[in-house]
Design a binder for this molecule. Sequence first.
Ligand code: F6R
Length: 606
Amino acid sequence: MCGIVCVSGSIDAALILLRGLKQLEYRGYDSAGIAVHEPDGAIRRARAAGKVAALEAAISTPFCGTSGIAHTRWATHGAPTEANAHPHRAGRVCLVHNGIIENFSPLRKELLAEGRSFSSETDTEVVAHLLDRELDLVSDPKVALLNVLSRLEGAFALAAIIEGEPDLVLGARRGAPLVAASGKGAGFLASDIMAITGEATSVIYLEEGDSVLVRPSGIEVYGLDGLPVVRHAVPAPASMAQAEKGNHRHFMQKEIYEQPEVVGRTLAAYLDAASGCIRARDGVDFRAITRLLIVGCGTASYAGQIAEYWFEALSGLPVKVDIASEFRYRNPAFLKGDAALFISQSGETADTLEALRLCKAAGVTTIALVNSPHSAMAREADIVAPTLAGPEIGVASTKAFTCQLAALAALAVLAGHQRGCLDSEAQSGHVANLLAIPSLMGAALKIDQEVDALATELANASIVLYLGRNAFFPLALEGALKLKEISYIHAEGYAAGELKHGPIALIEEDVAVVVIAPHDALFAKTRSSIQEVRARGARVIAITDNAGAAELEGEVSAILKLPDVQGMAAPIVAATAVQLLAYYVAVHKGTDVDQPRNLAKSVTVE
Ligand code: F6R
């Protein structure tokens, strides 16, 4: 949430910063701003409400400095106006910030009492004033920064420049991501290395609590205690190829289509095709675990809910799935032998990260199933289980979700085998089932044009309900989430059997019901739910397979036919259908598919 990019010592700072901001827009797009040290020694600033394109349009004369800071905002304190856009200025200081300063209100009162005045409603401006005030008292910018940080509460990352210090960018990481990098004679700071790929040659993934001074001549890092620390630089990724849309209209479409490849890559990290086994993961011993807690937010939590069915069925291991924001505040009771699995694409989601820390503090073994190998969760968990989806740019998660499912399916088989519930033959049967997923997903994507046609009509629905049973129930939740977040149509997912306990009251003629109904052991039950909603006038769209389609022909308004798929592969393959449906409805509605309103990827605030 919110993107920061800073440079010191580049020939054209503004060019680098504006380019970097575009790469960071996935983190928020309510407003954008830039501040650059100009050759005359002054700091010049430009800000605009809206996306980076609006900022570019607002810059009438080109900037010509070599160092500066920039920000793209997801609003927390204060409306998404130009006045609230970062960088915020106080005296000599210009500052950008990602996260929340929880004690900003008393700090603001303190500063007001000293005669300082504010031009925004943000918590950020308070920090700019504190730094400016501190610089009046101590001349050393590092000491001033550390003194200011000692006054702040909350989780955040920040960066600042100071008039009179044209080469210096200050930064700090306290609960939100920040990387420091160097290359081509310049130093950089950014929320995500993607912002400076192509410029940076080496990168330091800053540790929690680090403060940093970036100059063209080098990077100094200080730990939480303010003492210098050595943080090793690693080569920066060279290419941004994955962050380009290619021939696709939207990142979301590209990412849906990438799934056969990235799910295959993720599976390859877990499955040994030659032996038909799941590769053991260092430190993961499901025999030693008596209960698995699974924690995540949004789509990641739905992946966890699907995995609950798999783990319990294949390994007999009791599983409890929680939403991170609830888990961390309800004083969860732990049992001896608990292990906790945290699912996150970004590895930075504030609630999931805090839930992980809570479990660690309670002595529970923590496993992070993450897509970002350098994220806070990857660094702090006892064990890392990777997904290899590559950068996911579309705000609505697609390929990260199916990669999470692929990894979870493999772990469920591993648990079944380690706990003696699956013999080698059963294990290799599951491995073969999982190995077929990439090509089945490729085949499933062939419904693209049918979905496009169907979406024209669905785009007029007032409410869309999604129904499913067993592992397809959480997939129904995910389908509804996808639709509502990018098309703004009110959508809800329900367990098909739960429908008659209330939600059926919603059914009337302009309500559409998407039923995920594979021809499995529960097909007849799901078919009854279809009859119940149809009898009350709903338009029913069935997502099913060949056998299901043959039985539902004439009973539903439309059928999206997927290949015949068994076992854990089935919900993973069916995910493509709910993703395409949401995608095309949003395209027909003309919404901003990749950057839907009010949302941002990587939710680093509570
Ligand atoms: C929905 C979506 C979100 C994320 C959630 C968790 O399409 O993307 O619900 O799944 O914000 O994010 P991560 O996985 O980064 O922890």
